[in-house]
Design a protein around this ligand. Structure first.
Ligand code: ATP
Ligand code: MG
Length: 422
């Protein structure tokens, strides 16, 4: 195993922490050898609100994945979410000197120029993603490397996050014994695992609805054009069920999963189930369509917010591939039908496919983010990183604009593997 190259992913969700360890087989190909999932604690709407609780939950998931893989996790790609995340589109222009052949250095300079926007001191740049390159006025160039030209322009999608929120999460991960190799925005991570190339090219919304957040990414012409994290999710549905039926949160969660339905009209009005609300000695019968009314109202509100975000992006007429749903909430019965009606777009639910290794343990739409992180890690470790992200998270807790983080990752994997070699 001395040549084993390992990659690791940590998805710190509002309801679960999922750690995956994989052996890198080939460029973009890996086998999952370790899976650890723990119930998340100390997070609200995707953000750490209690450091000690969050650390404990992360450590538990890391140790469980390590036991299952038989390897230790040193470094990992980590998901980041929360309403503090903001994104803007920016433009950078540079002249090409010398023999007028565009080099990686020219691409980096163009991206640096796009990055030169005013960023408040309390925010960090998380990703700079090229959407489109323009060479001597010719638009729609996906990869200008090696092309002839005098003027290179780039349109880039720049994602920033609140520094303190990022540092808190990094601290929790480090206290759990793992260095953050790179933060990846949740919506970008889940779309890695959920979208097909055709959907990205045509125009599609990737929407991961978890417990505390709804992660949105719009892809058009193969690249990401818009991202957002909305602070709503399945926990809001559970809270409504808890209030409506006067049940503790854990019982409301069980009722939602066992009997919940997002389309009231699809539910047989004679169907009932038993629950024991606060103040009742005995279990009482509740009509399933009454429950569906509560679930549908909140699910509809989530889709309204999603639709508003899509309209706000200005790309709502450029989405023939519709919406691809992931996240645990998309498991809710009737959810896809309701989404189709509310959004007026084609909708499908996606879960990770074409995986190797411990496939059964990462089955389901709630694993899109963690599997997407592994896809991201595998790609970064085998290609130059300039087209997807420029940032690595340094050990001293500040972002380093390192455009060679893909190469750095190779070094890390090699170091890691040699230390772990028997
Ligand atoms: N079968 C199911 N039916 C309905 N809801 C479900 C089902 N399974 C899971 N959920 C809901 O999915 C949500 C958890 O999803 P997920 O695991 O994707 O969230 P997370 O990644 O922990 O949170 P987030 O990404 O929002 O921070 C919970 O609200 C849970 O109730
Ligand atoms: Mg999630």
């Amino acid at each position: 195993m001395s040549n084993t190259k390992l990659i690791a992913a940590i998805d710190v969700g509002t309801t679960k922490v999922c750690v995956l360890i994989a052996e890198l087989l080939d460029s973009n190909d890996y086998e999952i050898i370790g899976v650890g999932v723990s119930a998340s604690k100390g997070l609200k709407k995707g953000v750490v609100v209690n450091m000690n609780e969050a650390k404990t939950a992360i450590r538990e998931a890391v140790e469980s994945a390590e036991r299952s893989a038989g390897y230790e996790v040193d470094r990992a790609f980590v998901s980041l979410a929360g309403a503090h995340v903001e994104a803007v589109n920016s433009h950078g222009v540079v002249g090409i000197s010398g023999d007028s052949i565009i080099t990686q250095d020219d691409i980096d300079r163009a991206l640096d120029a796009a990055r030169a926007i005013v960023i408040p001191h309390n925010r960090e740049v998380l990703h700079i993603i090229p959407r489109n390159f323009i060479v001597d006025g010719q638009e729609g160039i996906r990869m200008p490397l090696g092309m002839h030209g005098f003027r290179l322009e780039v349109e880039a999608h720049i994602i920033t996050a609140a520094s303190t929120t990022v540092k808190n999460l990094a601290q929790c991960i480090e206290d759990a014994g793992v260095v953050v190799e790179q933060f990846v925005l949740n919506p970008l991570a889940s779309s890695e695992a959920s979208l097909t190339d055709t959907e990205r090219d045509l125009g599609v919304v990737s929407c991961d609805i978890g417990g505390g957040t709804t992660d949105v990414a719009i892809f058009i012409e193969g690249n990401v054009w818009h991202t957002a994290v909305l602070p709503v999710g399945g926990n809001n549905i559970t809270a409504d069920v808890s209030h409506g039926l006067r049940l503790p949160a854990s019982a409301a969660e069980e009722v939602k999963i066992a009997h919940g339905h997002a389309c009231t009209q699809e539910v047989d009005s004679s169907e009932v189930f038993l629950v024991r609300p606060f103040g009742h000695e005995q279990a009482i019968e509740v009509s399933r369509s009454e429950l569906a009314n509560v679930v549908e109202a909140r699910a509809e509100e989530i889709f309204d917010l999603l639709l508003k975000e899509v309209k706000r992006s200005g790309y709502d007429s450029l989405l023939p591939a519709g919406v691809v749903l992931t996240g645990g909430t998309s498991r809710l019965a009737g959810f896809r039908q309701l989404a189709t009606g509310s959004l007026g777009l084609p909708v499908r639910v996606s879960e990770p496919t074409n995986l190797r290794g411990l496939v059964d343990q990462v089955q389901g739409p709630e694993f899109a983010t963690s599997v997407g992180l592994l896809n991201w890690a595998a790609r970064e470790s085998s290609t130059y990183v300039g087209l997807s992200s420029l940032n690595g998270y340094s050990e001293n807790g500040s972002f380093a604009t390192g455009n060679k983080s893909g190469q750095r990752m190779w070094g890390v994997i090699k170091d890691w593997a040699s230390r772990l070699a028997p």
